[in-house]
Every structure is written in structure tokens, then in C-alpha cells.
Design a protein around this ligand. Structure first.
Ligand code: DP6
Length: 473
């Protein structure tokens, strides 16, 4: 074996958002969850991680860079993943370059890993990677992106589900990103974690109508990391125990059915209920954990307003619109002034009747942070949603629409907003024209769709490491 060569692979890997949440471990080291979870993989064209892994006899030690900054690889999670992947490495040969790595060589050879997130560097994201970890990059764990790329470099024969069991040991939720479409992380029963892995429920083509809009909320306090947050919940929340035993097992079956049948109404109710319960568990934790903030609550409120007023169906239902408008107005007023939904406005009969008759257009879900992830039934609903979001949450005056709405911008055309210069001039949504606006509360919106799983990139120009030295470009 010559001493100069560097062998590399580059992968593009997506991120995912849970619609049935993973919250709580039964084994902290192996990262085994207390319940199954289900997620949707986001289109890597809009949000993804590019990772280059390299091996060379010239490397002195394993090293990793994240967004250009060197990270320590000494943590237990990194070491577990590296050990597991090395165990499975097989012979690799590059005949053209005269390189041959025997199975036994992998134990001695060192690795370089470089990852880069393509998510927008607008305010709030780059400056707060930790805060954004809940949404895109799991900074506290070894990325599954590295596991995927290393498996390709080392000619590992394991399939995606088996790889997910390795990457689970880096960071739990990331193991669901090994597939596109909708993915279930089966909690498993074995103590050694061998049956705790991700499986694809349907691919990204199955439910192509869906649009996903992420509202990246600007102001944030220092958040509790998912890892320590869920540890505290396991130790102190009895609601978590009830959720894991009684609620999630039934809910996952219902969610799988809703996804298979593309039944949006059921999907949305389950996703919202699960997000609510996850945050209820956080509140049930001692000391309580608050991930959602005022801006998050306002986003939920828009959803409720629209849901109640959107398409209320039967004309003979009360004096629907007028009653509801009053109700919503007073809600908004009280939310703004008092910061809560007042008891007097909670007419549950009205709520029930309305919610049974109306067409649900949007689902919401919140992870371990204040950012809202809104899933719209289809393009039309997404267009209506973005109109509302932009109206209530316009950018600061120095930000233009093009840098405010990122990702799939085709939605602007459907919303009749293409080329719009002044977001402030947007007309109010029909259900509530007088509501207060919150400029600057959202740093940007990202519009995306369900997307595909990880892929290897064959274009060497996209590699993040120099082919000669194996150091970051
Ligand atoms: C709220 O996967 O970040 O996003 O396994 O400790 O690394 P660790 O936690 P992590 O937890 C994410 C929790 C969540 C819900 C979810 O994605 O299912």
C-alpha cells in the first residue's frame, strides 16, 4: 500500500420531522426509545447535509469538521458509531489507482469526516446552530450522514435499516433519515437494541401533494437539549409513561393508516395531538421545559382561526361565520393582551361541531424548539397558508421576500405574491383583518416537500475534503 493516497466518498443526506414524536429513552447508551415514532423526510434540495468521508494511511487520527469547524470525536456516541461501522467494513479495491484495503486494515486506518448543512444561513440559523439542532442538525450526536457515507466508503453490506440501527447510536431521531418519504422508527424489544431500527412506510412519491412550511422563529432563549430534556422527562413525568404505554402504540397504528390512505384529516389531527402531547410531557417534567414560545403559540392560533373559519361547511350551523369571527377576534385580543386563550371564548360545543364539519387544511408540529412545522394538505392550502403567515409575520423592513421565503418558492406564484415588493402591503386574510402583526418574529420561512433518502454524490467537485490531503477545502 502506498502512503500518499486518499480515498473518499461524498453523500447527501436529508433531515426529518417527526409527526409521532420520539421522547424518552429506555437505554441511554444504545439510544433505545420508549416508544415508536414516525417522521416525514424533507426534500434534500431544500434542507440537507453534505458529508465527505476519507481514509488514508497518511492520516494520524480520526478527525471531524462540522460546517468548517473541527469537532472533537472523543464522545461516547461518536466512538460507538465508529466502532460499529468499522466492525462491518469489508475489502475495498480501486484497481485504477492501485489501492487495496483489506478487511483487517480498517482497524488501523484513520478517517476524516467533513459535514456541511445547506440550510439557510439567515439570522437565527447559523448563529444558533444549537437552537436549530432540533430541526436540522443534531449537533450532540454523530450524524447518520457520516454513518451512511462511511458505510459506502467501507463497502459495508448492511441494508439501510441495519445502518439505521448504527446511526441511532449517534442520535436517535436522525436514524429515520436513512429513508425518503414516511419512516417509522420501531422501538424494538431486545436489550441489545438489535430490533430498534427504522423502516420506510411509504416513499416520497406516495403523498406528493403535501407541502411543508417551516417557520424559523427569531428570538430564542437557550434551549434544553433534546438529550437532557428527554432524560429529565423520563425521570420525572408520569404523563410520559402513560403516553409511551397507552397513547403512542394506538396512535402509531392510526397514523400509519392515515398515511397509507392519504387521509389528511386524520393525519393532521394525529400530528397536532402528538405535538401537543409531547409539549405537555415537557410541561409535566420537573423542572418544566418550555420549548414553544409566544410566536409558536401565535402560529397555532392562526391555524385554529383558519381551521374554524376555513371551510365550515353546512350553512345552518349556528350563525357560523359571524359567531366565529367574534370568537376568533376575542381570542386574538386576549392572546395578544393576556397571552392565553380565555375560558369565556372556549365554546366547546361550537368547537366540536365546527371541527367535525370543516375541512382540515393544515397540520402543525413543534420539536424541541419554538419553530413551527406546518404541513399543508396540498399546493392550494399551502398558498393560502403562506398568505396568512406572511401577513401576520412579515419580515423586518430591511428583508426582502426573496430572502425571507426559502426553499420551494413556486408557492409564491400560487399565492399571487410573486414579485411582491412590499410584504407589509399584503391584504388581510378574510377571517381576521384587524389582527396585530408581528414583524421580525420569524427570521425566515422554508417551504419544502416530502423528499428522498440519502444518496452518494458522484461529482468529485462537491467533495468537502481535498483529494490530495484529505483536509477541508
Ligand atoms: C423532539 O434525536 O435529538 O425532535 O437521541 O438524544 O440525540 P438524542 O435526541 P434527538 O431527539 C429529538 C426529539 C424530537 C422528536 C423527534 O424527532 O422524534
Amino acid at each position: 500500500m502506498g502512503e500518499k493516497w486518499v480515498l473518499m466518498k461524498t453523500a447527501q443526506t436529508p433531515t426529518n420531522i417527526a409527526v409521532i414524536k420520539y421522547w424518552g429513552k429506555r437505554d441511554e447508551t444504545l439510544i433505545l426509545p420508549v416508544n415508536d415514532s414516525i417522521s416525514v423526510t424533507l426534500d434534500p434540495a431544500h434542507l440537507c447535509t453534505t458529508t465527505t468521508v476519507a481514509v488514508s494511511p497518511a492520516f494520524q487520527q480520526d478527525r471531524m469538521w462540522l460546517n468548517g469547524k473541527e469537532m472533537s470525536l472523543s464522545g461516547g456516541r461518536y466512538q460507538n458509531c465508529l466502532r460499529e461501522i468499522r466492525k462491518r467494513a469489508r475489502e475495498v479495491e480501486d484497481k485504477e489507482r492501485g489501492i487495496k484495503i483489506e478487511k483487517k486494515d480498517w482497524e488501523k486506518l484513520h478517517l476524516h469526516i467533513a459535514s456541511y448543512n445547506n440550510f439557510p444561513t439567515a439570522a437565527g440559523l447559523a448563529s444558533s446552530a444549537a437552537g436549530f439542532a432540533c430541526l436540522v442538525y443534531r449537533t450532540n450526536g454523530f450524524g447518520f450522514d457520516a454513518v451512511f457515507a462511511l458505510a459506502k466508503l467501507m463497502n459495508v453490506s448492511e441494508d439501510e435499516s441495519q445502518l439505521s440501527a448504527i446511526s441511532r447510536q449517534g442520535s436517535g431521531s436522525a436514524c429515520r433519515s436513512l429513508f425518503g418519504g414516511f419512516v417509522k422508527w420501531i422501538m424494538g424489544k431486545e436489550d441489545d437494541g438489535s430490533d430498534s431500527l427504522a423502516v420506510q412506510l411509504v416513499d416520497e412519491k406516495h403523498w406528493e401533494d403535501l407541502f411543508i412550511i417551516i417557520a424559523v422563529v427569531s428570538s430564542r432563549q437557550k434551549e434544553t437539549s433534546s438529550t437532557s430534556g428527554m432524560r429529565e422527562s423520563v425521570e420525572t413525568s408520569s404523563l410520559l409513561q402513560h403516553r409511551a404505554k397507552e397513547v403512542v402504540p394506538k396512535r402509531t397504528i392510526q397514523m400509519e393508516e392515515a398515511i397509507q390512505n392519504r387521509d389528511f384529516a386524520s393525519f393532521a389531527k394525529l400530528a397536532c395531538a402528538d405535538s401537543n402531547q409531547f409539549h405537555a410531557v415537557c410541561l409535566d417534567t420537573l423542572p418544566p421545559i418550555f420549548y414553544m414560545n409566544d410566536t409558536s403559540h401565535r402560529q397555532v392560533l392562526i391555524y385554529i382561526c383558519w381551521f374554524l373559519l376555513g371551510d365550515v361547511g353546512e350553512k345552518n350551523m349556528y350563525k357560523t361565520k359571524e359567531v366565529l369571527i367574534e370568537m376568533v377576534k376575542s381570542w386574538l385580543w386576549d392572546i395578544v393582551v393576556l397571552g392565553s386563550i380565555p375560558v369565556k371564548s372556549r365554546d366547546m360545543n361550537l368547537w366540536r361541531t365546527t371541527s367535525q364539519k370543516s375541512v382540515i387544511e393544515v397540520a402543525y408540529t413543534f420539536d424541541a424548539g419554538p419553530n413551527a412545522v406546518l404541513i399543508a394538505r396540498d399546493r392550494k392550502a399551502a398558498a393560502q397558508l403562506i398568505q396568512r403567515l406572511l401577513f401576520y409575520f412579515p419580515p423586518k423592513s430591511d428583508t426582502d421576500l426573496d430572502s425571507y421565503l426559502l426553499g420551494d418558492k413556486t408557492i409564491l406564484k400560487d399565492a399571487g405574491l410573486e414579485g411582491l415588493k412590499d410584504v407589509e402591503a399584503l391584504s388581510p386574510p378574510p377571517e381576521n383583518g384587524s389582527a396585530q402583526k408581528y414583524p421580525g418574529d420569524v427570521s425566515d420561512f422554508i417551504c419544502t416537500r416530502p423528499g428522498k433518502g440519502p444518496i452518494l454524490l458522484s461529482n468529485d467537485k462537491l467533495a468537502l475534503l481535498e483529494p490530495e490531503t484529505g483536509l477541508p477545502k
